[in-house]
Write a protein that binds this ligand. Structure first.
Ligand code: SF4
Length: 234
């Protein structure tokens, strides 16, 4: 099994020490999203399917904070350390991380965090994020999706919620594992991992050019505004 070379257990203290108002804000936004989605159409997915739980699952910083708060509340210090050391940084293939919340016994119960899962996991298999398998994707109103998305990614003045990486770059959207590294402040180590593995689908904003990009292994930028959706994440 390939793993990111990063000492996740060493950053627990840095990442769990959050101002209470930050966690309250993240939990409030997640609750508002759950309200928006409460009447969404039922899935037609086979119960044991976890097809959409692979390939670096992206989330906002707000979702990351809210999930982290849940983990901190529900897990003992040892369990949290276990999760970080055993489940974070697992590469399914070059440039793609395994979701740390995908149950190892996948056919029995696929998500260990189902009630707290990110927005993208809630709309997979609907028209907002259609499944390519042979199932019917229930209609999900685009306006509701963007209402939820905006609550998680933007503040009222239109600025996005992210983490600065350098003077000109900020992390906008990332898998949980990548958020933990950025959140710990170990930016040089994160940028070295991006050079080696690519950004693992994470999206970074060049705040000078106001352009969003991912990084390919070796460091080449892949600007999202220059791609069509089929080639967005190789
Ligand atoms: S959070 Fe849960 S539903 Fe989402 S990708 Fe991970 S295991 Fe799947």
């Amino acid at each position: 099994m390939n793993r990111l070379s990063f000492p996740f257990a060493q950053i627990i203290q840095e990442i769990i020490d959050k101002p209470a108002d930050m966690t309250q804000y993240a939990n409030k936004q997640m609750a508002r999203v759950r309200d928006i989605l409460q009447n969404m159409p039922p899935y037609n997915c086979p119960s044991s399917c976890n097809f959409c739980c692979h390939g670096s699952i992206l989330m906002s910083y707000v979702e990351y904070i809210s999930i982290l708060a849940t983990l901190t509340e529900k897990l003992s210090a040892t369990e949290l350390e276990d999760l970080l050391t055993k489940r974070l940084g697992i590469l399914e293939e070059q440039g793609k991380l395994l979701c740390p919340f995908l149950e190892e016994e996948r056919s029995l119960k696929h998500c260990t965090l189902y009630n707290e899962r990110p927005l993208i996991c809630r709309v997979f298999g609907t028209t907002a994020s259609p499944c390519t398998e042979d199932i019917e994707n229930p209609h999900f109103p685009e306006a509701s999706f963007y209402e939820a998305y905006n609550l998680l990614y933007y503040v009222e003045d239109g600025s996005f919620i992210g983490l600065p990486l350098t003077e000109t770059q900020a992390l906008y959207e990332a898998p949980f594992d990548v958020w933990t590294i950025a959140d710990s402040g170990r930016v040089d180590e994160l940028l070295a991992l991006f050079l080696e593995h690519g950004s693992m689908r994470s999206v970074i904003c060049d705040v000078v050019e106001n352009r969003f990009f991912s990084i390919l292994p070796g460091g080449k930028r892949l600007y999202l505004d220059s791609l069509d959706s089929s080639e967005m994440y190789p």
